[in-house]
Design a protein around this ligand. Sequence first.
Ligand SMILES: Cc1ncc(COP(=O)(O)O)c(C=O)c1O
Length: 390
Amino acid sequence: MKHIIWSTGHELILKDIVKAENCDLFDSKGNKYIDLESGVWCTSLGHSNPRINSVFFSQIKKIIHTGFNYCSPIIEKAALKVLEIANLPNGKCEFLCSGSEAVEYCVRLAKTLMKDKKLLAFTDGYFGAYGEASKRGDTHWINYNWHKCSCNNRDIGCIAECEEFSKIPFDQIGVFVFEPGSSSGLVKFPSKKLIDSISTKIKDNNGLLVMNEITTGVGRTGKWFGFQHYDLSPDMIAIGKGIGNGYPVSLAVVSEKVSDLLKNQAFLYAQSHQNDPLGASVVKEVIDTIIDENLIDRCSVLGEKLKSDLNKIKENNSLIKEIRGRGLMIAVEFKKEARYIHAELLKRGFVVAKRSGHEVIRIDPALTVKQMDIDLFLKVFAEIVEEASE
Ligand SMILES: Cc1ncc(COP(=O)(O)O)c(C=O)c1O
């Protein structure tokens, strides 16, 4: 690893992975690890998924890349699939390369359409590694800390329009960019009342709702998209990670309203890999596989059972502070010792995510994870947590 840059904050956990199948990772000595992290939420259908691999190989033989002046029929077919699951039948898609790019694209498009209106986001949303969406720093942005809503502070539950909420200058805001539930990997869910109130105000002002579904999309939360746990009709959706099952493809999806607005509005955006056929073929097969194998319902059922089993462990252990989750996007927050628990799980063959700077580990396995692997994990997890609290 002498010639690889390792970014600050990234820990080198396993340096010798040579093969993987579904949730099994193997090193060169044949040691096996069970991957319950899905490579930062990406391998939604497991590593080396046979259906995805097969489409990948057959598309490679046809055409990988075109460039932004050309199109290929697979792109239109994949776009139709995406619009179907997003319930935006007359919308449009642009295929891109990463989650960060998809969010940035949506934000730039929203800014272009809403001209001098401001964008509202939550302080704990994560919008990617680069671009202005990642910074949300200039005067165009209003970052609202929903954890500090005055009704939350008074422990009365969300009343949707508390004093703090009433300070949001909705008359200046034209866009709400919402990451529905990942909350920078901490898996925290703003209340339905709060989201309904914000979306109503945005829609009343004829503004745009932009969903960042990079982590919460593609079935991860037990529905196709995280926004479907709320009453929202998005104008734009950024999709990434799981839609490529590990291949770097992402999408910006827009509603009919936005595509109509684009008829009279120039929007400049150019990079070398817009609407590549290889990525589009993977996207289509990921969606078809999820539908054919009923993986969204499976995710919901497995996730509920996993949460309930984790809560049983919590009942007998005061080290665990909270279990949060939707579908197979689960966070376990500890009072302390998360680092130790994370390291011990790895020693005993389980890969989960540790959220740096927080006492939180995250469990986000592929939607194809075997129940047997979850059961093995729960047994070892309970033992480690018990040891850690002694
Ligand atoms: C909510 C959210 N948005 C955007 C991104 C950026 O996606 P990518 O890392 O694929 O660029 C991430 C990555 O973790 C994310 O969690």
